[in-house]
Design a protein around this ligand. Structure first.
Ligand code: IPE
Ligand code: IPE
Ligand code: MG
Length: 252
């Protein structure tokens, strides 16, 4: 057995020996650095996105083994449409092909797929494929996999506000009914607990419009590792870092 796997086993053991509340139930990830990974290898950017898909598969397969129940992955932002047409096309094609290609594996592993973001703004073939996979994986109980697609934190807050305004207009609710709990119920993530931990790869130190409401008290973890190089060991390291933190929520 190689040192790599020995190291991973040790990290997994460490996580398993932690009190349950020290292991995040919900982890959000900003999967960044695909382009730089490709550039460093002298490859075109699409190759970076392809390698990024392999990293997604690793993390999705592994997360439930260490007690993580919800993964929310930032795959395409409302701002990413600004990228060259070809790159957007590559990402959209990868999305559809991967969702369909992994369907059986997702079902076998008890993974339920859910999409958050402006779904109607995605191209029809992607919407069709994703709707099909969401329907077929609806019974998955081991892991909830939220894919943030055409997602923007500000867009989400605007969309929630519109839904609430419509309800006020129709008389279904009154302005005094609006509180944090009601607002939360109108987000794309309605009913899903906030992430305890957010990981961003590639060394960038910003949120890039991700989960602005939900991360109010989330612990942030930044690593220089580029997303295609992110693996089970890196995932464990982030969890162990989180486990050593003291969360206060404004108290003492
Ligand atoms: C993240 O990697 C993937 C998406 C945004 C879809 P990038 O493509 O942003 O990679 P860098 O930041 O250019 O290296
Ligand atoms: C955030 O990464 C979006 C995704 C990972 C999908 P970006 O690469 O788009 O973010 P910026 O432009 O560096 O802030
Ligand atoms: Mg980037």
């Amino acid at each position: 057995m190689g040192t790599e796997s020995t190291n991973l086993e040790q990290l997994v053991e460490k996580i398993k020996s932690l009190p349950r509340e020290r292991v995040p139930v919900h982890i959000a990830i900003i999967m960044d650095g695909n382009g730089r990974w490709a550039r460093r290898r002298g490859l075109p950017r699409p190759e970076g996105h392809r390698a990024g898909v392999a990293a997604v598969k690793r993390v999705v397969r592994f997360a439930p083994d260490v007690g993580v129940k919800i993964l929310t992955l930032y795959a395409f932002s409302t701002e990413n449409w600004k990228r060259p047409r070809d790159e957007v096309k590559t990402i959209m094609n990868l999305l559809r092909d991967t969702a369909l290609g992994e369907l059986n594996e997702l079902v076998r592993n008890g993974v339920r797929l859910n999409v958050i973001g402006r779904f109607a703004g995605l191209p029809m073939p992607q919407r069709k494929a994703l709707s099909y996979v969401m329907k077929k994986t609806a019974g998955g109980k081991r892991l909830l996999l939220n894919l943030a697609l055409n997602y923007g934190g500000r867009a989400e807050i605007v969309d929630a506000t519109k839904k609430i305004a419509e309800k006020v207009k129709s008389g279904e609710i009154s302005p005094k009914d609006i509180d944090e709990a009601l607002f939360e119920q109108h987000l794309y993530t309605a009913g899903i607990p906030d992430p305890e931990l957010l990981i961003r790869t590639s060394g960038e130190l910003r949120l890039s419009n991700y989960l602005l409401w939900q991360t109010a008290y989330t612990e942030l973890y930044f690593t220089p590792v580029l997303w295609p190089d992110f693996d089970e060991i890196e995932f464990c390291k982030a969890i162990l870092d989180y486990a050593g933190r003291e969360r206060r929520f404004g108290g003492v």
